[in-house]
Design a binder for this molecule. Structure first.
Ligand code: PBG
Length: 319
């Protein structure tokens, strides 16, 4: 085999795979908003108008898929804002579809940004943060339907409620949204790496943690079982999250299920790369390419990453 320079191999790989990048975007109410998130330098909260401008520029760069997170203006005990008509996510999806119609829009479906306690579901017991699964499922189903009605191409339930994929598939089908796809946040581990995101989305649990519904990080078998369940319930794509500390799970999931697989390189992974680079510990671009390659090599078909915009820019420069 002829040995090409490393840069050339990397560029080639990335060029082929620009379509596999998913870029998360945060949106809140307001006008003209573009506020940087302190824990995630280079990542912003947008209002719907600035979100459109950002999406147009992403599209021109070749980032064609985004994952949308809503930041609630108002929170309550049961997270009603998540499925209220005309809420921030549905409004933003409609605008994106009007102004950048060829952009693929995925929406995160969860309650944690909308509940006053910051947990991902409706609580059964407010001392332990235990989730009332049935009640949570109907809230998630309504939110997913709202996003689909606004034109989302794909909904991504991230609450880790039991049967969330199946219930959402059911309500979408019943309402004429058979073509709306579902990404299951199937193997979502209770992780320290979500810290910066919770600042970004103002969604940190006010008490307790998420271990009653997210996976303990030593339980690989449970992770694989969750993936199997999501596939059986009708997920189009399954996910492992976070990415870097769970490359073995990505590998196993791909090997066993041979199913379209996404990996979410989460906020804490991004913050580590950024912090180290700002301290001069490493070269940011080389670090991003190295870690991104590792996630792809492990078996992820899609990588959700806050570096997506930068990667696309680097590729453009490298041409
Ligand atoms: C919502 C959700 C979270 C993330 C994605 N969807 C936060 C959490 O579970 O606490 C984290 C993403 C990231 O850290 O980049 N449940």
């Amino acid at each position: 085999m002829s040995k090409q320079p490393l840069e050339a191999v990397i560029y080639q790989t990335f060029k082929i795979n620009l379509n596999s990048l998913v870029y998360p975007l945060f949106v809140r109410e307001g006008r003209g908003v573009r506020e940087e998130i302190p824990s995630m330098p280079g990542i912003y909260r947008f209002s719907p108008d600035t979100l459109i401008k950002e999406a147009e520029s992403l599209w021109r760069l070749g980032v064609t898929t985004v994952l949308l997170f809503g930041i609630a203006g108002r929170k309550d005990e049961t997270g009603r804002g998540a499925y209220e008509k005309g809420n921030i996510v549905s409004k933003s999806v409609s605008l994106l579809k009007r102004y950048v119609p060829t952009l693929t829009v995925i929406t995160d479906v969860c309650l944690c940004a909308y509940t006053s306690h910051g947990h991902c579901g409706v609580l059964e017991d407010s001392d332990t943060g235990r989730i009332d699964n049935e009640h949570t499922l109907s809230a998630l189903a309504m939110a997913a339907l709202l996003h689909a009605e606004a034109g989302a191409d794909c909904v991504a339930p991230s609450a880790m409620a039991k049967k969330q994929v199946g219930v959402i598939r059911g309500i979408l089908d019943k309402n004429g949204h058979r073509d709306t796809e579902i990404i299951g946040y199937s193997a979502k581990f209770a992780s320290q790496f979500y810290g910066p995101f919770r600042e970004a989305a103002d969604s940190a649990p006010r008490f307790g943690d998420r271990r009653s519904y997210q996976l303990d990080y030593f339980r690989t078998e449970d992770a694989l079982a969750e993936i199997e369940d999501d596939i059986a319930e009708g997920a189009d794509i399954v996910m492992v999250k976070p990415a870097l500390s769970y490359l073995d799970v990505i590998r196993e999931a791909k090997r066993i299920f041979k199913y379209p697989l996404a990996a979410y390189s989460v906020s804490g992974e991004y913050a580590m790369v950024k912090t180290g680079a700002s301290q001069g510990y490493w070269d940011e671009k080389k670090m991003v390419f190295e870690t991104f390659s590792a996630i792809r090599r492990a078996g992820a078909d899609f990588v959700i990453t806050y570096h997506a915009r930068d990667i696309a820019e680097w590729l453009k420069e490298g041409k």
